[in-house]
Design a binder for this molecule. Structure first.
Ligand code: UDP
Length: 321
């Protein structure tokens, strides 16, 4: 099989490329390096089944050729990370909405299957019904708070994919990852785990926003890949939406303590009020996010096995290197 991974030089994309190469598939990657990095894929360059293009998914001519040559598309290219979205609201909307529209339109010309990476951010704030099931209501703040840009743009992507499936029978699978973590993830664009690990290793303050009581479930990259790859080749997954997450849950405060402990760091844990962490009116936190995993378990037998402690061991090793 020849697999196309948009955003393949990013954290998840580069691991996915490696997984497919190990499975004996050929892999094409396209990435504009906005948040991805060439170091993530450098070790794959020698593999003769690996090919990468540094360009943008908005470049229709390049995309048409890549889509025409592949058997399966993972569309991961997107503006990601709260910091990035807040600093680049316009280009985020364009990448996430127009980029997906282009991929789906080209895929539809040749009826190539698309696995669309959506997000658990889709659900928005806790609405009294956590854990979230795939048909949970979405509760978002106002459009003036830039954070909701991401959730909304990804919701538009999902609507496009569902419409292409319903009206054109373009095979699409929609996946909503929950806080995926692992080696190669950058903290530069906002993600809390690499930020805390880096801060702890450098002896800098570990910056907990708000009171640290907000809670997340952590999904290790290896488990996330198991889910993604199994969904991509399962006919029952077509036209469906799946949560991709874990039940390995902590508060952010406990995460900070765990990272400090695991790195034997002298760093202080510093509680930063939201209005000092973010320009006023741009950010609103989510107090609780957890997935209901019944649907993905029933479809592919998904059973995440790497807990936060084991995930941190790998991430800390990576950052130490
Ligand atoms: N967070 C934090 N310190 C940081 C970065 C993030 O306390 O330096 C918090 C953030 O406010 C949120 C949680 O960690 O409650 C997860 O943030 P992240 O941006 O990683 O993901 P998301 O909010 O999308 O789950």
């Amino acid at each position: 099989m020849r697999v196309l991974i948009t955003g393949g030089a990013g954290f998840i994309g580069s691991h996915l490329a490696e997984r497919h190469l190990n499975m004996g598939d050929a892999v094409d990657v396209i990435d504009n390096l906005s948040t991805g990095s060439i170091e993530n894929i450098q070790h794959l360059e020698e593999n003769k089944h690996f090919n990468y293009v540094i360009d943008d998914v908005l470049n229709v001519d390049v995309m048409r050729e890549l889509v025409g040559n592949c058997d399966l598309i993972y569309h991961l290219a997107a503006a990601v990370g709260v910091n990035f979205i807040i600093e680049n609201p316009l280009s985020s909307l364009i990448s996430n909405i127009r980029g997906t529209e282009i991929i789906l339109e080209l895929a539809n010309e040749k009826k190539k299957k698309v696995v669309l990476a959506s997000t658990s951010e889709i659900y928005g704030k806790k609405n009294g019904h956590v854990p979230f099931t795939e048909d949970s209501d979405r509760i978002l703040g106002p459009t003036t708070v830039i954070r909701w840009n991401y959730s909304t743009s990804k919701a538009v992507d999902e609507l496009f994919a569902l419409a292409y499936w319903r009206e054109k029978r373009l095979p699409c699978v929609i996946v909503r990852p929950f806080n995926v973590i692992g080696p190669r993830q950058s903290g530069h664009y906002g993600m809390v785990v690499p930020r805390f690990v880096k801060q702890a290793l450098l002896g800098h303050p570990i910056t907990v926003y708000g009171d640290g009581e907000q809670r997340r479930c952590w999904t290790y990259i290896g488990d996330a890949l198991d889910g993604l790859v199994a969904l991509a080749v399962n006919d029952k997954a077509v036209g469906e939406i799946f949560n991709l997450g874990s039940h390995f849950e902590t508060s952010i405060k406990d995460l900070a303590e765990k990272v400090k402990d695991r790195t034997a760091s002298d760093s202080e844990i510093e509680y930063v009020p939201y209005d000092q962490a973010w320009p006023k009116g741009t950010y609103e936190d989510l107090m609780y996010r957890a997935p209901d995993l019944a649907k993905i378990r029933n479809c592919i037998g998904y059973d995440p096995s790497v807990d936060l402690d084991n995930a941190l061991t790998e991430i800390i090793k990576h950052y130490e290197r």
